[in-house]
Design a protein around this ligand. Structure first.
Ligand SMILES: Cc1cc2nc3c(=O)[nH]c(=O)nc-3n(C[C@H](O)[C@H](O)[C@H](O)COP(=O)(O)OP(=O)(O)OC[C@H]3O[C@@H](n4cnc5c(N)ncnc54)[C@H](O)[C@@H]3O)c2cc1C
Length: 357
């Protein structure tokens, strides 16, 4: 029997960041995950963007979240000997109308978007944008995490140190002792990082997820694009040569029906309207995001002293949210620090007792 303090169920972005936070706190852990090359974290573009582009405001808590993001993925890369973090890759937001240009200039001049956008970050359009582009906003301190590289390397790291059991835990067996015994592990705490699968969980199935399906494409471009992320109702990631990743759609129906031609056409159409040269799709994949109605993470513990904890609700921003809030949940469990009320799952507590808010 392996004696550990925490069992982490699920090794997506949430699970990896939980492992990192536990390791930094000196807490011994073991992980259970089926290691499928699918799922939200494996498919995601991995972008982190400090600006809510539609509203021209800073992203929620970005000034607190970004330092932890950069510190965490830099440290993981150094530990594993990989490169997954691509920091300081600008996001280029093309502008095609005078009104929009005026709004961006006003927002930049106000100083509220600094240090991510200042007036000098609104420049002439680059030659890869379609005719009609008037300008572009260059968002700074943004980037992306190559999540496939990160997840693959983290699995190997855990397997190498005997801390990963490849498998799945059935929802009807959620009690920590039983889970632990079945996997030869004695654990005080179980931290559930299972993304949208939480809906089957007997203790946490009540949390109000609003899952959204997203489709990502692998595309080939006709010309060499710069090391930048283009964003206009799509994002086109820097690629390997002329092969790029293009995302992503948002759908609330037929969540598990896989890729569709309609979604591919929609994404390609958006690029065609924005970029000088079209791109060609060569592959499509879908996954389901664990979104929450109020767009905040879901952290918490089931009852008092049960040792059952939830780390979920990363929505569309797992890369940015998970590093900071994994540490917060660890401090909550082991040092009884209160959770931030905005992320505490008990903000939806009435649902737990069957009374919907
Ligand atoms: C198309 C698309 C594009 C996206 N782009 C971005 C982006 O650019 N930037 C960004 O920050 N976010 C993006 N997201 C959102 C991001 O993917 C999510 O925020 C994130 O993946 C959630 O991570 P998670 O670890 O909570 O869940 P998941 O990634 O779903 O991981 C859950 C893990 O738990 C495992 N598991 C589930 N049930 C069990 C069980 N019973 N026993 C054992 N293991 C179990 C699963 O196999 C999986 O490995 C995107 C999502 C999609 C779908």
């Amino acid at each position: 029997m392996i004696r550990i303090e925490a069992l982490v169920v699920g090794l997506g972005i949430a699970g990896i960041n939980m492992c990192r936070a536990l390791e930094e706190a000196g807490i011994a852990y073991h992980v259970i995950d089926p290691c499928a090359d699918s799922g939200s974290s494996f498919i995601a573009g991995g972008i982190y963007n400090p600006i809510v582009i539609k509203r021209k405001v800073k992203s929620w808590r970005v000034d607190e979240l970004f330092p932890k993001l950069v510190e965490t993925y830099t440290a993981i890369d150094a530990q594993l000997g990989i490169r997954s973090l691509y920091h300081e890759v600008p996001i280029i937001k093309p502008i095609f109308s005078d009104d929009e240009l005026h709004e961006w200039r006003t927002a930049a001049d106000s100083g509220t978007l600094a240090p991510y956008i200042t007036p000098s970050d609104i420049t002439a359009p680059d030659p890869h944008l379609a005719d009609g582009a008037l300008a572009q906003v260059n968002i700074r301190h943004s980037g992306f995490v190559d999540l496939r590289a990160l997840i693959t390397a983290y699995r190997q790291y855990l397997i190498g140190s005997g801390r990963l059991t490849v498998g799945s835990i059935g929802p009807e067996r959620a009690e920590a002792e039983q889970v632990a015994a079945d996997h030869g592990v004695h654990s005080m705490h179980t931290i559930w990082c299972t993304g949208t699968d939480v809906r089957h969980h007997p203790h946490f199935g009540w949390v109000p997820l609003r899952p959204t399906k997203g489709q990502m494409l692998t595309v080939v471009a006709q010309d060499d694009l710069p090391q930048a992320i283009y964003n206009k109702e799509f994002y086109l990631l820097p690629g390997n040569g002329r092969t790029h990743r293009l995302g992503a759609t948002y759908e609330w129906h037929d969540l598990y029906s896989g890729p569709t031609q309609a979604a591919t056409d929609e994404l390609i159409g958006r690029v065609t309207r924005t970029m000088r040269h079209p791109v060609t799709a060569i592959d499509a994949q879908t996954a389901v995001r664990p979104n929450v109605a109020d767009r905040r993470p879901l952290l918490g513990s089931y009852g008092y002293g049960t040792g059952q904890h939830l780390f979920n609700g990363m929505g569309s921003k797992g890369v940015m949210l998970a590093p900071y809030f994994a540490h917060q949940l660890v401090r909550h469990i082991w040092h009884a620090e209160p959770l931030d009320p905005e992320v505490d799952m008990m903000r939806f507590g009435k649902r737990m007792y069957g009374r919907n808010e």
